[in-house]
Design a binder for this molecule. Structure first.
Ligand SMILES: [Zn+2]
Length: 417
């Protein structure tokens, strides 16, 4: 089993093994000689450490590459072995809980989606989560000993160091919930928790558009609005996990719609998908065409279709929504000056027409005298981006490949075949 070991006196050998593993993960398939050149450590030492990583099951040989330009013999290539262990990822959203079993490379093997039904309160939601975590462990063909941990992305203010959900504006009754402690006690696996937007940013940094970007912001828009911010390759959490709560920046001083956080005038009250639907329904009723629109409250899926077809009421409101989102993004640009802004959430199904409206609003509201092109893109990691990020926090915490000095390092208790 692979697990994390707290050790202030990590040896040079362990540092080198971690660096080799990192290079194999980021640059593989790669030969021993290229790794040795890259890390500037001798070929015999590199080979010895690679031998240990192969024995641990973390690196595997995958055949030979091309011969060298001078006609030298072909080198054996090495690749990270994602199947050396498994991770459970969880995303607790306002509407849906997703649970996935992945390999160490965050490739999804099995996935369960269940409704959150947050109105039953935190105890019921956590009971359901625990039951389904046990179910996925039971039904998968993986031994529990091979699962290195559970990563949870949760909506709301999360103190990842303490493992607490401090407060969740969109989940009723979630105040100071010791989620890490509860899941660890009930499942018996090391558990790591993080805010859902930060988890998405972690996924973008490891696998997505921000792989080679130092300063970027992920903006999640849906029932709520939040951000995950990386500055100089470091995830910002703030003192108590409150950094990046863009959705609750007061945007409309005269606004009287109550936000779930308890304030009025928050950005979220202007451009969450809930407020978009409310605004559209109000306009439909005003127009006297309620029956023409199906005689019921429209859902987000209806809006994609109506927007695509250029429906006047829907288009007007979606464009207003894009303008408000642009205001939120322009505020984050002024705060963090990111190279890239990545948009996540159900809003991205409105497509490129919507994205260009967001871009127009950002350009209008961000230093009009500076003719700058802001790089704003939709995420390309798909609807399971949060799960990819949630499992990444487990991998990052246990293997800790970015830290080469004092933090913990992984150890292998027994060889994994
Ligand atoms: Zn608010």
């Amino acid at each position: 089993m692979i697990y994390r070991k707290e050790n202030k006196n990590i040896s040079l050998k362990e540092i080198n093994k971690k660096n080799i593993l990192k290079i194999v993960m980021e640059m593989g398939p790669i030969s021993r000689i290229d790794i040795s050149r890259h890390l500037k450590i001798s070929r015999p030492t590199t080979s010895a450490y690679i031998g240990e990583l192969i024995k641990d099951g973390l690196v595997k040989e995958i055949g030979k590459g091309d011969s060298t330009p001078s006609g030298g013999k072909k080198a054996v290539l090495l690749q990270f072995n994602g199947r050396a262990g498994y991770i459970l990822g969880v995303m607790i959203g306002v509407k849906t809980i997703r649970i996935a079993l992945t390999d160490l490379g965050s490739n999804i093997i099995e996935i369960i989606k269940i409704p959150t039904e947050e109105w039953f309160g935190p105890d019921a939601v956590i009971d359901k989560l625990v039951k389904n975590l046990k179910k996925i462990i039971r039904t998968s063909k993986v031994n529990k000993e091979e699962i290195i941990g559970i990563g949870v992305g949760a909506t709301g203010l999360v103190d990842s160091k303490k493992g607490l959900v401090i407060f969740s504006p969109n989940l009723d009754g979630w105040n100071n919930i010791k989620l890490k402690e509860i899941v660890e006690e009930k499942i018996g696996l090391p558990t790591f928790i993080e805010n859902e937007c930060r988890v998405q940013a972690i996924a973008e940094k490891k696998y997505g558009l921000a792989k080679d970007v130092k300063n970027f912001v992920c903006v999640e828009t849906g029932t709520g609005i939040g951000t995950g911010v990386f500055i100089d390759n470091k995830l910002m959490t703030g003192d108590k996990g409150m950094a990046g709560e863009v959705g609750h920046i007061i945007t409309d001083l005269a606004g009287d719609r109550m936000c779930h956080c308890g304030n009025t005038g928050c950005l979220e009250t202007l451009c969450s998908t809930n407020s978009l639907i409310e605004d559209i329904m109000a306009d439909i009723r005003k127009s006297g065409k309620f029956v023409d629109y199906g005689g019921r409250k429209l859902k987000i899926d209806d809006l994609y279709r109506l927007y695509e077809h250029g429906d006047k009421i829907v288009t007007g409101n979606v464009e207003k929504n894009a303008e408000y989102l642009g205001i939120g993004i322009s505020n984050t640009i002024k705060m963090f000056n990111p190279e890239l802004i990545i948009i996540h959430g159900e809003i991205i199904k409105f497509g490129n027409k919507y994205l260009s409206k967001v871009g127009e609003s950002v350009s209008k509201k961000t230093f009009p005298k500076v003719k700058d092109n802001y790089n704003i893109q939709f995420s390309k990691l798909g609807e399971n981006v949060g799960l990819i990020g949630a499992t990444s926090i487990v991998f990052n915490s246990i293997f800790d490949l970015d830290s080469s000095s004092v933090a913990g390092h992984y150890i292998i208790k027994k060889k994994i075949s």
